[in-house]
Each structure stands twice: as structure tokens, then as C-alpha cells.
Design a protein around this ligand. Structure first.
Ligand SMILES: C[S@@+](CC[C@H](N)C(=O)[O-])C[C@H]1O[C@@H](n2cnc3c(N)ncnc32)[C@H](O)[C@@H]1O
Length: 278
């Protein structure tokens, strides 16, 4: 199946802000929320959701916020997971349940109605997704669902080059590849077959390329100004190399190499995919 066959999943979306942010109006967040299908639970029910690979929990808290004044929906207990303790501390002190664990060794059985994850699973190195999905499946109750809001590689042909660009972005942000390995971004087919291999029933709810962002936005990830020139050079070279190696990359990821590094733009495609535990 090709990317264009998933284009039909696109909703009409007038929101023009960054899709990677936490604005509940953006299409990725709306589709992630919609895909939780909270209306299947009555108002008398308290349900448990795990925000997996949550960082400081902004995604899970956004989902809570989107339901705060909803009449007729279930009461939500949101728990948060991350491999790093530091981002969980603020959530813990505000009274939320936190699960400090690598997702690949999450040791929770049949506790959640829904697991949500955004921009986390693609951080795992090649071959590690199955472990994470098996552990997530185990943490879900029967008929529970995993809602994935994450990146995808547009085609197998450009997958390696796309991964090399995202890996450079992550090095830019401080990822230590010697410890954490290199990210792996599945194609849509890759996500579906990984879910099926872990005995989920998979369905694609949404795919869309995000509006082009300029590389200058990554500056906010840096701790010091002095790193800027060196890291921008590294990032720009990685993008230019990937585009040279595999010319379709520039087309599929909307890469426009501009005269200045800061003005170079890229459009990562994102998807919402649901895995139901049946
Ligand atoms: C890009 S952030 C996404 C955070 C959040 N989901 C969001 O949308 O804002 C990825 C998070 O995954 C966490 N992470 C990376 N590898 C992990 C693992 N193996 N197990 C659990 N968490 C992990 C990182 O610590 C980081 O907080």
C-alpha cells in the first residue's frame, strides 16, 4: 500500500499551527483524542489511561483538559510513564500516578483501558518495537486500545534516509546514540504489521504531513548559544546527505534546502494508528 492510499484518512483541518505542539485544535491531537473513543464508556465509569513515554505529561494532560467539561463522558484517571524520572517528578508531586520504567520492560498487567503514546515509540531502535508493544498489550485490559500518534516513513525506499535525518535532529537535541541507539521510524505498513505481530487489531485513523517548519525552530532545544553553529552544520549536512543519497526524500518530506540553514524547511508526516486488544 502506498502513502497516497492513506491520504483519504485526512480530515479537513483549518488549523495551521505546529502539529507537534499541544494545541487541542490541531488535527493530530484531535484524531488521537477521537481515536480514544471515550464515548463508549458511560458517565458512571472511571477509566484508566496510561500516557506512555510521556516526558512531562503534556499530551496526557491535554487529553484530560479536552474532557474536563464534557458532559456524559467517563471519569478519567491518567497515569504517566517515562524511562527518565526527572520529567515525571512534577506529575508525581501534583498527585498523578507515575510509572518510572523503560516501556520495553513495563511490568503492569491488565490495568489500563487505553494507552496513548505520542512521538515515543519511534525513538526506539530497530527491532525494539515488538518488546514495547508486547508490554503495552499486557498492560491493557481486554478490549482496551493503544492509540499511537507518531511519525511514519513515507516509503520503504526513503525510510533509511528519513531515519538518518531524524537521528541527526535527535543528536542535535542531545540524544546519546552510544547509549540509546538510533531511532527507527516505521512506514505505515511497518506500524500495522508490528501491531499485528503483537496481536493487536490495527487501524489507521489519520495521516498527514505537517506544515513545513524551519530548522531555526530547533534552536530552542539547545542549552547554549555556542553549540548553535556546530550543531546546525551537523543537521544541515545530514539533511543534504540524505537528499543526495535518495532524491525522493526531498519530495516526500517537503524538504526545501534554502540559502541559509535556518530557513531550510522540512515537513514530517504524522499518523494516528489504533491497536485494539482483542
Ligand atoms: C519526544 S518525547 C515525547 C513526549 C510526549 N509523549 C509528548 O508528546 O510530548 C519522547 C519521550 O520518550 C521517553 N522515552 C524514550 N525511550 C523510552 C523508553 N525506552 N521507555 C520509556 N520512555 C522512553 C523519553 O524520555 C521522552 O520523554
Amino acid at each position: 500500500m502506498s502513502y497516497s492510499q492513506y491520504e483519504k484518512c485526512k480530515p479537513t483541518d483549518s488549523f495551521r499551527g505546529a502539529v507537534g505542539g499541544y494545541d487541542p485544535r490541531n488535527a493530530l491531537n484531535q484524531w488521537a483524542h477521537r481515536s480514544c473513543a471515550l464515548s463508549r464508556f458511560g458517565p458512571s465509569k472511571e477509566i484508566s489511561i496510561l500516557d506512555a513515554m510521556a516526558g512531562p505529561g503534556k499530551f496526557g494532560n491535554m487529553i484530560l483538559e479536552m474532557n474536563r467539561n464534557k458532559v456524559g463522558g467517563p471519569k478519567i484517571k491518567m497515569s504517566f510513564n517515562d524511562a527518565r524520572l526527572e520529567p515525571l517528578l512534577g506529575l508525581q508531586s501534583s498527585g498523578a500516578e507515575v510509572i518510572h520504567s523503560d516501556i520495553r520492560t513495563l511490568a503492569v498487567n491488565s490495568a489500563f483501558d487505553i494507552v496513548i503514546e505520542r512521538f515515543g515509540l519511534k525513538d526506539l531502535p530497530y527491532g525494539h518495537l515488538a518488546n514495547a508493544l508486547d508490554r503495552i498489550r499486557n498492560s491493557l485490559r481486554l478490549n482496551g486500545r493503544l492509540v499511537i500518534a507518531d511519525m511514519f516513513a513515507v516509503s520503504e525506499k526513503t525510510q533509511e534516509a528519513a531515519i538518518s535525518i531524524h537521528a541527526a535532529e535527535q543528536r542535535f537535541a542531545g540524544r546519546n546514540e552510544a547509549v540509546d541507539g538510533i531511532c527507527h521510524i516505521p512506514t505505515i505498513e511497518g506500524w500495522i504489521s508490528a501491531l499485528a505481530s503483537s496481536s493487536f487489531r490495527a487501524s489507521v485513523r489519520f495521516t498527514r504531513a505537517r506544515g513545513a517548519i524551519e530548522l531555526s525552530v530547533f534552536k530552542s532545544w539547545l542549552k547554549s548559544e555556542s553549540e548553535y553553529v556546530e550543531k546546525m552544520d551537523m543537521l544541515f549536512s545530514a539533511i543534504a546527505d540524505a537528499c543526495n543519497r535518495q532524491p525522493n526524500v526531498a519530495i516526500e518530506y517537503g524538504i526545501k534546502l534554502a540559502g541559509t540553514i535556518e530557513k531550510t524547511t522540512i515537513s514530517w508526516p504524522y499518523a494516528v494508528i489504533v491497536g485494539e486488544k482483542i
